[in-house]
Design a protein around this ligand. Structure first.
Ligand code: SF4
Length: 332
């Protein structure tokens, strides 16, 4: 299965519970960024630009655990910055697992060996390793030689130790479809449990030209969609159709909320109107219908997976054809 059964059951229960309580705009995933500092400086990383003046701020542990309670999501993705630099990462991970949250640690893998000495495999834990292509491309994106080889070594180690391993690949203009195929086949041979392949995010704070334009996506993602039939690609078939321009989707930015040392970032993972002291304040200050219907000019070229896969999750069961496609996708 591309996603753990327990995670899918918990997600379905969460949606049912929130709907029963009459909530319409509720989150599914918390992107918890306890710090923005990193031990790499990747090309295309919006965080190290947007938060350059506060890079070394670290969230107190109680605040990080409290954010998970406030958001009340079944999935907590610990990202950053590089989360394994965070001084409370072991306590935070264990605390979230105790709260029965599905923890995904999004990491460049450089400090993994140290971390896994302290946190054993758990059904609520998975690693999401950043890998943007084969050796030459990945090392160029992360601006350091040897990182690709280290990631492969860590994937092998994690799998041998019994951890769940996913990868997260950002596709840039220069990434070729052939290289994506080579990488997906390599990761399959290593036993990777799930692969997320998404277009580069055009952060509002970045102005360089490395990101795919909407009309450039179909060629690259046509190959990914074909590969998704035989490989553990996590992107849903509906989202892949959207990337190929074969269907349209509304955005559901409230399904993935972001908390960092500055507060709750709104309205979405990509664009920032402000940071709010509490989840409630952020929620009440945001006109979700405005963003759902992508009226903001900053939404024009956006196909961010968290916003649109959120829509796919919320629409599950509404359309028979899509529902069958999703069930097939997840149990394959
Ligand atoms: S379309 Fe993109 S930028 Fe706009 S709200 Fe959704 S995720 Fe954010």
């Amino acid at each position: 299965m591309r996603m753990p059964l327990r995670l899918m059951i918990d997600l379905a229960r969460h949606i049912a519970r929130k709907r029963k309580a009459g909530e319409k705009y509720f989150p599914l995933v918390l992107m918890l960024e306890p710090l923005h500092a990193c031990n790499l400086a990747c090309v295309g990383c919006g965080r190290i630009v947007e938060y350059k003046d506060t890079l070394w701020d670290q969230m107190p542990l109680e605040e990080a655990l409290g954010a998970a309670d406030e958001a009340d999501t079944p999935i907590v993705s610990i990202c950053g910055g590089e989360p394994l630099i965070y001084k409370h990462i072991v306590e935070l991970t264990k605390g979230l697992i105790e709260k029965r949250r599905h923890v995904q640690i999004c990491t460049n893998a450089l400090l993994l060996e140290r971390f896994i000495k302290h946190v054993k495999p758990n059904v609520y834990l998975s690693f999401n390793i950043h890998l943007d292509g084969m050796r030459e491309t990945h090392d160029r994106v992360v601006a350091r030689q040897g990182v690709f080889d280290h990631c492969i070594k860590m994937i092998k180690l994690l799998k041998a130790e019994g951890y769940r391993v996913q990868t997260n690949t950002t596709v840039y203009r220069e990434t070729s479809a052939e290289e994506l195929e080579e990488m997906i086949k390599l990761l399959t041979s290593l036993g990777v449990d799930g692969m997320l392949v998404t277009p580069g995010y055009h952060y509002q704070v970045l102005s360089n030209d490395i990101y795919l334009k909407t009309d450039e996506m179909p060629y690259k993602f046509y190959r990914v969609r074909k590969l998704a039939r035989r490989h553990n690609i996590i992107n849903t078939p509906i989202y892949l159709d959207f990337l190929l321009g074969e269907r349209d989707l509304l955005c559901s930015p409230w399904t993935t909320v972001t908390r960092n040392p500055q507060g709750w970032k709104g309205p979405c993972y990509l664009i920032t109107n402000g940071h709010y002291r509490t989840f409630k304040e952020m929620h009440e200050a945001t006109d979700w219908e405005f963003y759902r219907t992508r009226q903001d000019p900053r939404c024009r070229h956006c196909k961010l997976h968290s916003g649109f896969e959120g829509t796919v999750a919320l629409d599950f069961g509404k359309n028979l054809r899509d529902t069958i496609a999703l069930v097939r996708h997840y149990i394959a």
